[in-house]
Design a protein around this ligand. Structure first.
Ligand SMILES: NC(=O)c1ccc[n+]([C@@H]2O[C@H](COP(=O)([O-])OP(=O)(O)OC[C@H]3O[C@@H](n4cnc5c(N)ncnc54)[C@H](OP(=O)(O)O)[C@@H]3O)[C@@H](O)[C@H]2O)c1
Length: 255
């Protein structure tokens, strides 16, 4: 059975990937920090879908966690979903610089190191995929969060180009750029998103469906939802200063 390695697999989008991939017959490697929640998720998924679910308790903002995750990725996985992530409360100068650096570790360093560890085995086997979960915020200017997610898009497209033609052309690298999704993300960041209009919200399962369909089709930057395809398309035509002003406010009130 193929194996999928999902970071941030116990909640939100990562948990939706885990459910969907288990139902598709993937064995799972689930990574997060909360050991009890990891064990519960693994027991639930292996019981429900008759797959193997391995757990890896690791904090991707630490060297120890990154090394453990790299080792698991290097040992061989067929699909890597670099999904773990979080938001910081407040705008740039409100956030302690240590928290911003932690974000870069989890959103950028972990994505880089796990992709680097997983890809050689995939290329050797001539099949595999890496989904790097970015955000629609990658196309706006939205503090360190938006900048880190823009890095994920740029990095993923660069790596996809670098491996083109290798692995019999059957190894894919894709950035996934969802807009607002109902998960624990905003509550964890104590973000008040009550004024985000209903049409801007995406369902976790829709995001995962779109991601896996786009990965199969060889799409390099997947943007779930017609509303976000339109928003991203229009934003590319507008001056960056205007985008910065607009996106600095949207969905960024704090409790
Ligand atoms: N929700 C949205 O509106 C939205 C929109 C666009 C993009 N995204 C992106 O989607 C991804 C998933 O977010 P989500 O909304 O599903 O968030 P979520 O519901 O808060 O889930 C986050 C997951 O990541 C894990 N995690 C957080 N920090 C970690 C760390 N340092 N090391 C290891 N695991 C860690 C959490 O488990 P533990 O706490 O146990 O570690 C949890 O499993 C993120 O990259 C986020 O930026 C979300």
């Amino acid at each position: 059975m193929p194996t999928a390695f999902i970071t941030g697999a116990t909640a939100g989008i990562g948990a939706a990937f885990a459910r969907r991939l288990a139902s598709d017959g993937f064995d799972l490697v689930l990574l997060a920090r909360d050991a009890e929640r990891l064990e519960r998720s693994a027991a639930d998924l292996s019981g429900r879908y008759a797959v193997r679910a391995e757990t890896l308790r690791a904090d991707l903002s630490t060297e120890e966690g990154l090394t453990a995750a790299e080792e698991r990725a290097r040992a061989g996985v067929d699909l890597l979903v670099n999904n773990a992530g979080f938001g910081n409360r407040g705008v740039f100068l409100d956030v302690p610089v240590a928290d911003e650096l932690t974000m870069l570790k989890v959103h950028c360093e972990a994505v880089l190191r796990l992709t680097h560890a997983a890809l050689p085995g995939m290329l050797e086997r001539g099949r595999g995929g890496v989904v790097n979960v970015s955000s629609a915020a990658a196309f706006a200017t939205r503090g360190t969060y938006g900048a880190s997610k823009a890095w994920v898009v740029n990095f993923s497209q660069g790596v996809a180009a670098d491996i083109a033609g290798r692995g019999h052309g059957r190894v894919r690298v894709m950035a996934l750029c969802p807009g607002f999704v109902h998960t624990e993300f905003h509550e964890r960041a104590q973000m008040d998103v009550s004024d985000v209009p209903k049409f801007m919200w995406l369902e976790q399962d829709t995001v995962v469906d779109t991601a896996l369909r786009d990965l199969r089709r060889g799409v390099q930057v997947s943007i779930p939802g017609a509303q976000y395809k339109a928003i991203v398309g229009i934003s590319r035509l507008l001056p960056r200063e205007l985008i910065a002003r607009m996106s600095s406010n949207t969905g960024r009130k704090y409790d």
